[in-house]
Design a protein around this ligand. Sequence first.
Ligand SMILES: Cc1cc2nc3c(=O)[nH]c(=O)nc-3n(C[C@H](O)[C@H](O)[C@H](O)COP(=O)(O)OP(=O)(O)OC[C@H]3O[C@@H](n4cnc5c(N)ncnc54)[C@H](O)[C@@H]3O)c2cc1C
Length: 301
Amino acid sequence: MGDLTKKEVDVLIVGGGPAGMSAALYLGRARKRVLVIDAGEPRHRVSKGVHNFLTREGISPDELRQIAWSQMKAYPSVERTEGYVESAEQTATGWRVRTREGGVWEGRALLLAVGVIDHHPTIRGYSERWGESIHHCPYCHGWEMKERPLAVLASGKPAQHLAPLLRGWSDDVILLTNGEALDAEDEEVLQRYKIPIYRSPVVSLEGPGSRLQTISLEDGTSLAREGLFVAGKQSLPTWVSLLGMDVTEEGYIRVDMMQKTNLPMLWAAGDCTSRMQQVLEAAAQGGRAGAIINATLTLSH
Ligand SMILES: Cc1cc2nc3c(=O)[nH]c(=O)nc-3n(C[C@H](O)[C@H](O)[C@H](O)COP(=O)(O)OP(=O)(O)OC[C@H]3O[C@@H](n4cnc5c(N)ncnc54)[C@H](O)[C@@H]3O)c2cc1C
């Protein structure tokens, strides 16, 4: 696209996951000049298959992305570039972003589709099992773990929610608080659902390859488990937090029904806007943002 030599487009999209790609598709079909800047590390890259995506059940994250970009070729005003955006600033005509690799790009509108950063516990044997026998979302991988002995690693409200919910997939669910305290309400809920609680810190996760067989606790307890579900903390990239937009109580970017933030010509879509994190949901939000950005740009002249 010729205009990219001037490093100016109609819409800059930061993040090329389901949210960013879906927005690009809407905007490309609406004949807007779009640049998607993507670091290429979607959250579900460790996953073998995407579930709950109607007509695409079990497709690999890589294949989903390849299909999306191959179909995007029909819309030549959409470009993508690899890079990690590390700052954004408002200009007189829109937004300017800079990448770690030295790229500077300007657009009349900016869409943040950056996903979230997952903060994992530092437990021996954790990283090689993440996405295989360790999961965070029962809707994504509860089926694959059904009727097996499961553990939930969580405390507070997430423990109250996730451990009882998993009883829908397995009768054998225990809670590991990893040394964190539970309050009286947490205890009452977990007792009501007859969830055994183990409070000692988790020392290691063991089993062949990426499978889980045993969870060892600091107090010497050894637990035979085949699946672990975690309710880990998440955050936005620091540079996004520094833009000064409103955030929700849980720390996600606050958007209205049209994915608009409170800052001018700035939209956000996908995981970065809420804990309701699913591929279809992210794609739907991206599409909505794309449509509204297009309307805003087209009707503002
Ligand atoms: C292990 C795992 C399994 C999952 N399984 C399922 C499932 O089966 N079904 C389902 O519906 N959902 C699943 N999910 C959730 C799903 O992956 C997310 O909801 C979805 O990917 C969100 O899309 P997104 O576009 O908002 O973010 P992402 O997919 O995370 O994409 C964000 C993109 O932005 C890029 N990016 C981030 N910061 C920058 C930056 N500063 N500059 C440039 N690029 C940047 C990233 O590299 C990435 O490519 C799973 C999640 C995980 C972690």
